[in-house]
Design a protein around this ligand. Structure first.
Ligand code: WTA
Length: 634
């Protein structure tokens, strides 16, 4: 794909994208294989909202990810699989092998009765089969719903039932550092109450003993073996759903963000090529998990759409030691390395002795995603990993945006620590105040919105369009609201400051405070709770839970442990509170609203700046909440 090559190029491309968006995107879309060309590039309004790109176009995304490359690149490596255990051998998967595997698996899905539009849940560790699963769905027009392997049975069940999945793809277990995690057992527990699921397909990874339910559970390898390695692609409308991915918001249960096929393909491919400036022989490695949007867009789809070679990593950054990432970079001559600030901070804390043994000379571009990167981590990354010669692309985007919206283009946009810098062509950010008035000019701060659609914008929240409208398109009329606060510096560079809603970003994972609160409130001793985020050195934000207990358990360790177990069970270990404080009351306004702002200040230890507390129903609760903090500090 032709990419922007200089800052002047970027500026002129940006201008065209704003002045003639349809012409601009049409030219990019024309670089792909379509069964039928579109009749209209864009049809939209942000009120309902309805957004359609490449109207009446038909295509199959896997043809663009795989088939299209076979004439020239059949033997090129699509994926290098690096297992959890460094001693286990690496697997090189060519585009031809990928084709064969995806087709076989697609044929299995067809045999199991999966049809165009049906939902398939994927609950798997980071192994190539998870990616085959996604692509096999797309091959036959089925919609995948990948659920991160760290979610609990309860969370998995809720997601399966929300989108009524027919089949679940899973493994017996997962290797994660020195631990083995059961996967099938969790699926079994979830499926007790999932009537829509007819089959599971189980890939044996850890070779642990698992229960297989006759008539429902099938062995992946056996099923795949007997299938032909060809499967005709099912052509779908550009607006046919490609996948659902659940993500947390301010209120209620996680929402199923829905992305469609044509626009998602065009935007992810374009953003990958431009942001990373990937060249044909480069080796790209994104350390995310396919359970998150980064894995969907920048492990599975965009690299394949660009015929790239990428590393799939099963393990964790600290196993067998904190040098693992760097060892893998050297081993596979990785040129592009894309990770999260939380990993950078953790590896920085582990010490330079874990970096020194490695050369890291293959690296050309470094990326960051998922949360604001603090200047210190940025500088450490640049100096010690990039040896001050690799541009850092700090990529800002969201599950809902499908692809990277604000980021430097590697080697082209001047970088600035902590800044995602400039919008990609096609992206029109605007800052607004709380009333929705545009904040113009530079050196300003406000709520980040986008005023014009781009091809991979969220289309709906599965099964509940009103929720999509309320969450993203109603706060500020005529705008897509991101939920993030943002600064624009004197040169027009953007710096994302973090969420302005009740979402916490823990190690780059989005956690809704309401979800954690409702898990805590399920405990019979808990009357009410308030969960907030507080600054955490490694995780970015930690989870702080204030809970009101009915009896005198005040601060009992047993109760805290029970509460943590409860959150693990309801959501999963990623949502586990770092700190729990049992309190007698919570600061509330006279209308009963919890003043989270005050709770955040207390958790930060900023007792002097609690702001106006005069409107509180019972101001004395504040001193009671602060008291134990003062004791701890002495
Ligand atoms: C945050 C992850 C600052 C932001 C791709 C956003 C970031 C949320 C950055 C989306 C970044 C992501 N700088 N903040 N480079 N990237 N965020 O849906 O608050 O898991 O709204 O998508 O992460 O998280 P999500």
């Amino acid at each position: 794909m032709k990419t922007v090559k200089s800052l002047a190029d970027y500026q002129s491309e940006y201008q065209t994208s704003v002045e003639q968006p349809e012409k601009f995107w049409e030219k990019i879309a024309d670089q792909f294989l379509w069964k039928n060309r579109w009749s209209k590039v864009l049809d939209w309004n942000f009120t309902e909202p309805t957004i359609q790109w490449f109207v009446n176009g038909t295509l199959n995304i896997t043809e663009n990810c795989i088939d299209r490359h076979l004439s020239k690149n059949a033997h090129k490596t699509a994926f290098i699989f690096e297992p959890n255990e460094p001693s286990e051998s690496t697997q090189n998967i060519s585009y031809q092998t990928l084709y064969d595997e995806v087709c076989r698996l697609a044929n299995v899905l067809k045999k199991l009765g999966v049809e165009k539009g049906d939902r398939v849940c994927i609950y798997m560790p980071m192994i190539p089969e998870a990616i085959y699963g996604m692509l096999a769905c797309a091959r036959i027009g089925a919609v995948h719903s990948v659920v991160f392997g760290g979610f609990s049975a309860q969370a998995l069940k809720d997601r399966i039932n929300d989108s009524l999945c027919k089949v679940v793809l899973t493994t017996d277990g997962a290797f994660r550092g020195n631990k083995k995690i059961p996967m099938k057992a969790t699926v079994d527990e979830a499926l007790i109450e999932c009537p829509s699921v007819k089959y599971t397909l189980v890939f044996n990874r850890t070779n642990d003993t698992i229960k297989m339910q006759e008539g429902r559970d099938l062995n992946w390898k056996t099923e795949v073996q007997s299938q032909p390695d060809h499967c005709e692609p099912v052509y779908v409308d550009a607006e046919h759903p490609l996948f659902i991915l659940y993500t947390s918001g301010s209120t209620g249960k996680p929402k199923g963000v829905l992305h469609t096929t044509g626009g998602y393909m065009v935007y992810t491919a374009y953003s990958f090529a431009n942001v990373f400036q990937y060249q044909p022989n480069d080796i790209y490695w994104c350390t995310a998990d396919v359970g998150w949007i980064t894995g969907h867009s920048y492990i599975t789809y965009a690299p394949l759409l660009n015929a790239a070679t990428s590393v799939i990593f099963e393990g964790i950054p600290t196993y067998p030691d904190a040098g693992r990432f760097w060892q893998v970079v050297d081993k596979h001559h990785v040129t592009h390395f894309y990770t999260a600030p939380t990993a950078i901070r953790a590896l920085e804390a582990a010490g330079l002795e874990f970096v020194k043994p490695y050369k890291l000379t293959s690296l050309k571009v470094l990326g960051s995603v998922g949360e604001p990167i603090n200047e210190e981590a940025w500088n450490w990354y640049s100096a010690n990993i990039g040896k001050n010669k690799c541009p850092i692309v700090d990529t800002w985007w969201q599950t809902e945006t499908g692809g990277i919206l604000i980021s430097p283009l590697a080697g082209i946009t001047p970088t600035k620590p902590g800044f995602a810098t400039l919008p990609l062509p096609g992206i029109q950010p605007i800052l607004v105040d709380d009333k929705g008035n545009e904040i113009t000019g530079n050196n300003v701060e406000g709520n980040l919105c986008i005023k014009f659609p781009w091809p991979s914008i969220i289309r709906t929240t599965y099964g509940d369009h009103e929720r999509c409208k309320q969450t993203y398109f109603s706060t500020y009329k005529g705008l897509y609201f991101t939920g993030d606060g943002c600064k624009r510096d004197e040169n027009g560079n953007y710096r994302i400051t973090g969420r302005v809603d009740d979402v916490i970003n823990v190690s780059g994972h989005r956690i809704g405070t309401a979800e954690v609160e409702s898990a805590l409130n399920m405990h019979e001793d808990i009357v009410e709770s308030a969960v907030i985020g507080y600054p955490h050195e490694i995780k970015g934000q930690g989870i702080y839970a204030y809970c009101i207990s009915i009896n005198e358990h005040i601060n009992s360790d047993d109760l805290k442990k029970e509460l943590i177990d409860l959150v693990n069970k309801q959501i999963g270990p990623i949502a586990k509170p770092d700190k729990i404080q049992i309190v007698r009351g919570l600061p509330k306004t006279r209308s009963g609203k919890i003043m989270r702002r005050i709770l955040r200040k207390i958790a930060e230890g900023d007792f002097a700046n609690l702001g106006d507390t005069s409107t509180l129903l019972d101001p004395t609760v504040i001193n009671e909440i602060i008291e134990p903090h003062l004791k701890n500090n002495n």
